[in-house]
Design a protein around this ligand. Structure first.
Ligand code: ADP
Ligand code: MG
Length: 305
């Protein structure tokens, strides 16, 4: 069965998009033996930095030939759309078996990474109206031949709805919303679902019949059991999701997946070690939660096939 392409998206920065992509991706690969491709679409390159050692990342950046390095990143997909070239070569760009040990040993062989590039920041400025349509379609076209090789393709999106994110919405089958249960995030959820709805109008003008992905799952990334604010916010989130389902602003089977990943300092430590938390601290709360969440994730997305 071809891969499900899932865009991890939220307007807000710091809500756990990257953490979810990296650690769920690792959990699906390691615990569930799924073939997973992580695609870094954010100019901040956080999932790339997380999964690659600095020397490995540095090797991707341009060296003697200008652009020769960045051609091996997701940036080249959009660059090709802007300039009408076809320089993106997935077999050269995708790094198989990430992370790697210092000796180069593949620590999770079926977890692959298409790195991001700092140059992604320019993509939205380079697009004039003539190439916008090509840019929006570019990611879907680039991922199409890769679908046969994976179970999941996880897109780590930037925290905005510009062209790169729009292309992710057209490439993806579903949106996964990483969420921090606090009161202010609730209004963000409503705005996002409404904006996604409005974007449909823009897409409809561009590509007849092409629909964007909808929010099909919510994951909670930093659950804290102290205080009452979280409990209240989660109850509020659930009733808000019911309302959004009712108004068809999210997928009809949209679910809040459990367990919620607990706040755990080993997550932040793992990032600085360039390891998913399950390799950095196999017995941590976060590892236990990501293991169970991987089960729930597979069950949920199987039910949407
Ligand atoms: N379960 C957790 N426990 C503690 N810190 C976490 C947890 N999940 C995420 N974080 C931290 O939250 C911060 C923001 O997460 P990140 O995934 O980078 O968000 P985004 O990609 O949405 O900007 C990071 O510093 C990360 O280490
Ligand atoms: Mg991020």
């Amino acid at each position: 069965m071809p891969a499900q392409v899932l865009a991890f998206l939220n307007f807000k920065g710091g809500v756990g998009k990257t953490t979810s992509v990296v650690n769920l991706g690792a959990g699906l690969g390691y615990f569930k033996n799924k073939r997973v491709l992580v695609v870094d679409l954010d100019a901040q390159c956080n999932s790339t930095f997380w999964l690659l050692r600095p020397d490995h990342f540095a090797a991707l950046e341009p060296t003697e030939f200008e652009g020769a390095g960045s051609a091996r990143t997701s940036w080249q997909i959009f660059r090709d759309a802007v300039y009408g070239t076809s320089l993106f070569q997935p077999t050269q760009a995708i790094i198989r078996g990430v992370p790697r040990s210092e000796a180069g040993y593949e620590l999770i062989p079926n977890l692959h990474l298409l790195p991001g590039s700092l140059d992604l920041i320019d993509v939205d400025f380079e697009a004039d109206t003539k190439v916008v349509g090509r840019m929006r379609a570019a990611l879907r076209e680039a991922l199409e031949p890769l679908r046969a090789h994976y179970d999941y393709i996880l897109l780590d999106c930037p925290p905005h709805l510009h062209y790169v994110t729009q292309s992710a919405l057209l490439a993806a089958d579903h949106v996964v919303l990483p969420y921090n249960p606090d009161y202010l995030s609730l209004s963000g959820l409503y705005t996002l679902s409404q904006l996604l709805d409005r974007i449909d109008v823009v897409f409809a003008q561009q590509r007849a019949g092409q629909r964007r992905a909808n929010i099909a799952a919510v994951v909670i990334c930093r659950h804290q059991l102290v205080g009452r604010a979280y409990g209240t916010a989660i109850a509020e989130l659930k009733s808000r999701l019911d309302l959004l389902r009712h108004h068809r602003l999210v997928h009809p089977q949209c679910a809040l997946l459990e367990p919620y990943v607990r706040h755990d300092v080993s997550v932040a430590e793992a990032a600085s070690e360039h390891l998913p938390v399950l390799l950095h601290r196999p017995n941590s709360n976060a590892t236990i939660d990501y293991k169970l969440l991987s089960n729930a994730f597979v069950a949920h997305f199987n039910s949407l096939r």
